[in-house]
Design a protein around this ligand. Structure first.
Ligand code: P6P
Length: 342
């Protein structure tokens, strides 16, 4: 770490002290999450050399086969965050029920939600994966924290972020005043501020979606992608490029770095399910980050951060990224709702 570099700890203290932006307990919470991410990064990087790859015989609440690293990451985050005195309870993609802070520890005013290791299908093939987290405030006067206390719209988040475990380990964070990125300095073992005030370009020529689901999409999504595929000869008058890493953290990180569209829309394979991705600890934190960086995040015609949750592990349709493109998608959904011809 060079002399002029700013560590995550120093940046957080400055946000607390000089900008009055975050209370001490929230600063401590973010530092604990970052410390856990460093430990997860170490486990991911060691991979096969330490026998942490592969799957277990168990399934998570989503009915998905659990990878060894899914459970390791979840345990690391639980252990790092339950004793600090800044949390009232934790919710995890890997836990069916909420994890109230044990009585032997002091209880705080924040609720932490996370997907401990997003992109699990990529773990065994050495592709970037990551941790996604969201922080909510617990209502005043709550004695017994229950799942219903987590069911707040995404606009209520006080912090959101993710950590990528790829060529670099990078923590991307918003406290509601823009988006910053911190890169792990492996020699020092500390996160160093590497980007401030990330901004997503409003225009783009790049989209990310799993094209194998195309025949199952709703008409507005099909219309948008067909127009992108028609390229310069089509109504958009320009060619588009496509990416799909199959790891939300990696695809969204690219959108935050250079713009683009990331989509996992509703499709008719499971019509009663809003989408594949989870609202509380995937869509909401990513939507906060994207909006804080000047982009947009919708579930069709609805702003993701305005969705009122009804279940802890509910899913959402997700379209996020460069504002001009997401606004076009939103209008296509509104036109379809109004019955206008495509
Ligand atoms: P598919 C990973 O399992 C994940 O939840 C997201 O990280 C990723 O964007 C998506 O699912 C990939 O889904 O259907 O393309 O494998």
């Amino acid at each position: 770490m060079s002399d002029h570099s700013v560590s995550l700890s120093r940046w957080l203290i400055e946000q607390q002290r000089t900008h009055g932006q975050i209370p001490g307990p929230l600063r401590l919470l973010i530092e604990q999450v970052a410390r856990a991410c460093k430990r997860i990064s170490h486990a991911v990087t060691r991979g096969a050399s330490s026998g942490v790859l592969g799957s277990l015989e168990t399934e998570n609440v989503q009915g998905e086969v659990q990878k060894k690293l899914d459970v390791i990451a979840n345990d690391v985050l639980l252990e790092a965050n339950e004793w600090g005195g800044h949390l009232a309870a934790i919710a995890s993609e890997e836990l069916e029920r909420i994890h109230p802070i044990p009585h032997r520890f002091p209880r705080g005013e924040y609720l932490l939600l996370y997907d401990p290791l997003d992109g699990s299908s990529n773990i065994d093939v050495n592709v970037t994966i990551g941790t996604i987290f969201s922080v909510l405030h617990l209502d005043e006067g709550v004695e017994q924290v229950q799942a219903r206390h987590f069911l707040q719209p995404g606009r209520c988040q006080v912090a959101a972020g993710y950590c990528t475990y790829g060529p670099q380990t990078t923590l991307v964070l918003s406290l509601g005043q823009g988006v910053c990125a911190f890169t792990l300095d492996p020699e020092q073992g500390s996160f160093v501020l590497t980007q401030e005030n990330l901004r997503i370009p409003a225009a783009t020529q790049e989209f990310a979606v799993n094209m194998s689901n195309m025949r199952h999409w709703a008409p507005p999504v099909r219309r948008y992608i067909d127009e992108c595929l028609a390229g310069s000869e089509g109504p958009r008058g320009k060619d588009f490029n496509m990416r799909w890493i199959g790891s939300m953290v990696a695809d969204v990180h690219r959108v935050l770095q250079r713009g683009g569209v990331f989509m996992y829309p509703w499709d008719r394979r499971e019509p009663d399910r809003a989408g594949k991705l989870r609202l509380m600890y995937e869509a909401n934190p990513m939507a906060m980050l994207v909006e804080q960086a000047g982009g947009m995040a919708v579930a069709g015609a609805t702003r993701i951060l305005d969705i009122q949750p009804t279940e802890l592990h509910q899913r959402a349709s997700v379209m996020l990224g460069s504002r001009d493109e997401i606004e076009r998608l939103r209008l296509y959904h509104l036109e379809a709702q109004a019955g206008a011809p495509a």
